[in-house]
Write a protein that binds this ligand. Structure first.
Ligand code: IPE
Ligand code: IPE
Ligand code: MG
Length: 235
């Protein structure tokens, strides 16, 4: 099988990476944020077109306030750098999730990064911030209901494709490969609708140590899978 066109990653294990080194959790987040650029470059080299990274979940607000604040600062700092990377790597940046809960300055920064990079298409980097799949589906449903109420949509016109076009990921193909680092084998509310037919790859390596070689290993594993989509294998 060929290289996955779209890889989605649950970047997990920053806290455990730091703890193992006797460092505060936030040091793990700093190391994790630094790793994002390496993986973008590595993905592009491998021929991956879409990379979708889980940076902050709707559930992560339940962490201590200082940690949430540090994560926001890091994400905002990363986005500044990402604009430069976007030019260097011809990378289109998108953000998915409910950004209305983020502070105004951060929201403006996101719009700016999306706008400036929208001319590129070699690599499509999507960052999930305040993202939860259930929240995304509920927001989409609300939008569908509003359109029906306004008379611009008929209930019988609702198909899988139409519903897909109401999701935050409407501009992205479904992920071919879903990777979760650091050993946990769960989705934690990530892309529930979109990963219906994705291959899953779990690795014990924590996100800050997940380098180009580890990404190549995940792609290798994917290339050896037998995807069927409910059909049978052609012998
Ligand atoms: C991933 O690392 C980063 C976020 C979820 C924001 P964690 O902070 O979840 O690290 P662990 O799972 O505690 O090791
Ligand atoms: C999922 O990781 C969210 C992100 C990677 C942003 P968590 O570390 O928050 O997930 P749980 O709590 O272990 O399920
Ligand atoms: Mg975690």
């Amino acid at each position: 099988m060929s290289v996955p066109e779209h890889i989605a990653i649950i970047m997990d294990g920053n806290g455990r990476w730091a703890k193992k080194r006797g460092l505060p959790r936030n040091a793990g987040h700093t190391a994790g944020a630094k790793n994002v650029e390496n993986i973008c470059v590595a993905a592009k080299k491998l021929g991956v077109k879409y990379l979708t990274l889980y940076a902050l979940s709707t559930e992560n607000w339940s962490r201590p306030e200082a940690e949430v604040r540090a994560l926001m600062r890091l994400l905002s700092g990363y986005l500044d750098k990402a604009i430069k990377t976007a030019h260097e790597n011809q990378m289109h940046i998108r953000v998915i999730g409910d950004i209305s809960r983020l502070d105004q300055k951060f929201q403006r920064q996101i719009s700016e990064a999306e706008r400036v990079s929208s001319v590129y298409s070699d690599l499509n980097l999507t960052i999930a911030i305040n993202y939860g799949s259930r929240d995304e589906i509920v927001r989409a449903m609300r939008h569908v209901a509003e359109d029906i109420k306004a008379g611009t949509l008929l209930p019988e016109a609702i198909t899988e494709e139409l519903f897909d076009s109401y999701l935050d990921t409407k501009e992205l193909p479904a992920p071919d490969l879903l990777v979760r680092t650091s050993g946990e084998q769960r989705l934690s509310n990530y892309l529930l609708w979109q990963v219906a037919y994705s291959e899953f790859y779990f690795t014990p390596v924590p996100w800050p140590d997940f380098d180009e070689k580890e990404l190549a290993k995940a792609v290798d594993a994917y290339e050896n899978r037998d995807r069927r989509y409910g059909g049978i294998r052609e012998e």
